[in-house]
Design a protein around this ligand. Structure first.
Ligand SMILES: *[C@@H]1O[C@H](CO)[C@@H](O)[C@H](O)[C@H]1NC(C)=O
Ligand SMILES: *[C@@H]1O[C@H](CO)[C@@H](O)[C@H](O)[C@H]1NC(C)=O
Ligand SMILES: *[C@@H]1O[C@H](CO)[C@@H](O)[C@H](O)[C@H]1NC(C)=O
Ligand SMILES: [Zn+2]
Length: 524
């Protein structure tokens, strides 16, 4: 263990030097190479011409589950670097475990020489913590009250008191907020616009706290998203707990409330890591990503150690082959805080660079212990054209290997979101998180009906023992197939078009109709 710790710390130092401007080699402005670099590249090209052309079968043949398992064990040791601060292993952004993860990935890629051009992309990441919260409505404490992620605290981190004031319509317009909201608690129906917008409008109207109640019976565990100075302390509430309050309003009776949230929202800097093959057509890139971070609660070995390490293993094995199209790997940070790294990447990507990405493949959780082989149901009528062809590549592979698969919603829960909202075809595979395995799925994949696909999802027990190595190896071979296929040719794959299905642009930011997630949390 001490050896591993030392290794990880060495890696950290490596990252520090990698982050030094002199070592930074940004992907987007590659025209300023020094003579030495050019010479190295020429030598490299002489060597690479002797490499065999990429072939899917050959790349798949390099995938071995013991290589993957060895990497998972290293990653767990790295997560332990956070123990001093968190009392348990984690790779949450800002932790020593996450810094160690970045260092591990970066130094592994550095060892591959000039096959890749490496860069790190720093960006500001918001991270929030709720320490304590309480909500009292009239004489009762509703069990479903849950503070939104990234909520600010109540004033002075003290309880606030006020009448509940019903907001009109969906609470998506300033006009919906009656003057009596000022100094009181806004009671707002969920839907039509993001929780963050409702909190902001309530804040502007002078409310001391806000409650977003569900149109469905269940609770609302959501996030306010990007902080705004007008956000106020905001709770989600189930439709069931909201019903008696709404009854009282109907009868013209007042309901008062006490709201209390002790919370903190901080902005830190973290990094995406990018690696692009020096060989291959740079105007036609196949891009794939996983996320390097975990939640604070645990080490995140399945989520998304598996995706990150699959990418690293394939990036390593790919170096024995010559590619025709550029391959770009990404390790995103801040996924768990709401897809921060991938959103940032796509947001700052110039239009001409956007068009060079022919497709983006997302790999998040590939070895859930009670797995299903899940394929994102990406479709050309609602997603950028090409998404469906990618979906079918996964389907064809599972079918050819005699394996069952299921389609799962392509609804914004992982890092593909920013890509498809910005016109880049996307898709991916996964093995399941907190969803429940059905009876049919137990027949199709084995495992336990009625249990979560990953019973350790976002928990401390997401460690090495949480992985199903069979599923991981199978899926890593499929990821290898996806990389090799497009590294070789885009023949038959739709060309990028500037526009994409108009239906996907119903909202200003391009969120498709029906999309409720941004990351693992509801945002609308
Ligand atoms: C590449 O090929 C060589 C020669 O067959 C082999 O020794 C090596 O392990 C392969 N893999 C990597 C990642 O270099
Ligand atoms: C696929 O699912 C069917 C049930 O729908 C099952 O009988 C079959 O054994 C499964 N195949 C595999 C390879 O698990
Ligand atoms: C992983 O899944 C396979 C296929 O369903 C199963 O045979 C195996 O027992 C599982 N492994 C573990 C460690 O649960
Ligand atoms: Zn994840």
């Amino acid at each position: 263990m001490t050896v591993l710790k030392a290794l990880a710390l060495n890696g950290l130092l490596g990252l520090a030097s990698a982050l030094h401007p002199a070592h930074q080699r940004p992907l987007l402005h590659d025209d300023s190479q020094t003579q030495t670099q050019t010479q190295t590249q020429t030598q490299q090209q002489e060597i690479t011409t002797e490499k065999p052309q990429i072939s899917s079968e050959a790349l798949q043949d390099t995938i071995r589950s013991d290589n993957l398992l060895a990497r998972a064990k290293e990653l767990y040791e790295i997560a332990k670097l956070s123990e001093d601060e968190f009392n348990h292993p984690t790779r949450v952004i800002g932790s020593a475990g996450h810094a160690g993860t970045l260092a591990y990935i970066y130094s592994a890629l550095e060892k591959l020489g000039d096959y890749y051009t490496l860069s790190t992309q720093p960006f500001p990441a918001v991270s929030g913590q709720v320490f304590e919260s309480r909500l009292v409505l009239g004489n009762s404490v509703p069990g479903s009250a849950s503070p939104m992620s990234l909520t600010p605290p109540t004033k002075n981190k003290e309880p606030v008191h006020g009448d509940l004031v019903l907001v009109a319509n969906d609470g998506c317009n300033a006009d919906d907020y009656p003057a009596s909201v000022a100094g009181n608690i806004a009671f707002i129906l969920r839907g039509a616009c993001a929780f963050g917008s409702k909190s902001e409008l309530a804040g502007k109207a002078g409310a001391v706290a806000a409650i977003v109640y569900n149109y469905e019976k269940g609770g609302v565990a959501g996030t306010l998203g990007t902080p705004s100075p007008d956000h106020i302390a905001t709770f989600g509430l189930s439709g069931k707990d909201a019903a008696p309050v709404l009854e009282s309003f109907k009868d013209g009776r007042k309901v008062d409330g006490i709201a209390y949230i002790d919370a903190e929202v901080n902005i830190i800097t973290t990094n995406n890591i990018l690696a692009q093959t020096t060989e291959g057509d740079p105007d036609n890139c196949v891009m794939l990503g996983g996320h390097s971070d975990s939640v604070p609660e645990g080490p995140g070995i399945n989520d998304d150690g598996t995706g990150s390490l699959t990418l690293l293993e394939i990036a390593t094995q790919l170096t024995n082959f010559s590619v025709s199209n550029c391959v770009r790997f990404a390790w995103w940070a801040g996924e768990e805080e709401g897809l921060l790294g991938s959103d940032y990447y796509v947001d700052v990507l110039p239009a001409e660079e956007n068009r060079k990405i022919r497709l983006f493949m997302d790999y998040d959780m590939l070895a859930s212990p009670n797995f299903a082989y899940q394929v994102y149901d990406a479709r050309n009528d609602v997603n950028p054209v090409g998404s469906q062809e990618l979906r079918d590549l996964y389907v064809d592979w599972y079918t050819a290997h005699g394996l069952n698969y299921t389609f799962v919603p392509f609804d914004g829960r992982s890092d593909y979101d920013g890509f498809i909202r910005n016109g880049i075809p996307g898709g991916g595979i996964a093995t399941g998180a907190e969803g429940v395995k059905t009876k049919d799925e137990a027949k199709m994949f084995g495992g336990k009906e009625g249990d979560w696909y990953d019973p350790c999802y976002h928990q401390l027990c997401d460690d090495v023992g949480n992985l199903n190595m069979t599923a991981w190896e199978v899926n890593t071979k499929l990821v290898a197939h996806s990389v090799a296929t497009f590294a070789k040719t885009f023949e038959g794959f739709p060309k990028r078009t500037d526009g994409y299905a108009v239906e996907a642009k119903v909202e200003k930011k391009g969120y498709a109709k029906g999309v409720k997630y941004h990351g693992s949390k509801l945002f609308i």
